[in-house]
Design a protein around this ligand. Structure first.
Ligand code: GRF
Length: 224
């Protein structure tokens, strides 16, 4: 049975696109029930319309506070049958009430190797700091910003003299592989949490090659 997911995004939506593409390709066994953006004109809404996926604009400026907004958001998501919530470039902190409504079923992707460089400018922060490895992280969402248990990480070397655009483009390309993979593991019911540690039940799936010089762990499986 495919799992019902919804995507929250504030911007361009290339991660949302990769999720739609992996569903369409049959690699991700999920139904994308709804795409929600809090920003009018966000590219992700156009992407959803093109793919014939239900989408909604919930402009946060129209609600009096975070709690009221998140209650309305949770309500819309539940009415569309969403079980798992994938935040993909969703530029808002979610409230405890929202996390309670989808307990243990909200995930996010962050463009840095957590727990280093959480927050808004994680990618830029890592480069400015002078790290030699950066990457991206898919994690469960908890109240602490970018602080929930980690599902998968991809690490790439920072090249000599590389600028932020170039590094972020490489990280973005990996995001498009690891996020749908993480969602597929959730869809397959292979993820369990023991405290902060996330365990992935093994399967007979073949591993997929990483492609460019990088380390992805747990390894991607065929189709991702
Ligand atoms: C990604 O880099 C993601 O890691 C971060 O926001 C960005 C969203 O990009 N949370 P897009 O809108 O999916 O293209």
């Amino acid at each position: 049975m495919p799992v019902n997911i919804a995507v929250l995004a504030s911007g361009n939506g290339s991660n949302a696109q990769s999720i739609m593409d992996k569903i369409a390709a049959g690699a991700l066994d999920a139904r994308l029930r709804l795409v929600v953006s809090n920003r009018p004109g966000a590219g992700v809404l156009e992407r959803a319309r093109k793919a014939d996926i239900p989408c909604a604009l919930l402009d946060h400026t129209l609600w009096p506070d975070r709690e009221a907004y998140d209650a309305a958001l949770a309500d819309v998501l539940k009415r569309h049958g969403a079980e798992y919530i994938a935040m993909a470039g969703y530029m808002r902190l979610v409230t405890a009430g929202f996390l309670h409504a989808f307990k243990g079923r909200v995930v996010n992707i962050h463009p840095a190797l957590l727990p280093s460089f959480p927050g808004l400018h994680g990618g830029a922060g890592a480069l400015a700091y002078g790290v030699t490895l950066s990457g991206c992280t898919v994690h469960f969402v908890e109240e602490a910003v970018d602080g929930g248990p980690i599902v998968i990480q991809a690490a790439v070397p920072v090249r000599d003299g590389e600028d932020l655009d170039c590094l972020m483009a490489r990280i973005h390309a990996l995001e498009h592989r690891v996020y749908p993979q993480a969602l597929q593991w959730l869809a397959q019911g292979r993820i369990t949490k023991k405290g902060r540690r996330v365990c992935l039940a093994p399967s007979g799936a073949k591993r997929a090659p990483c492609g460019e010089e990088c380390l992805i762990w747990p390894p991607l499986e065929e189709g991702f």
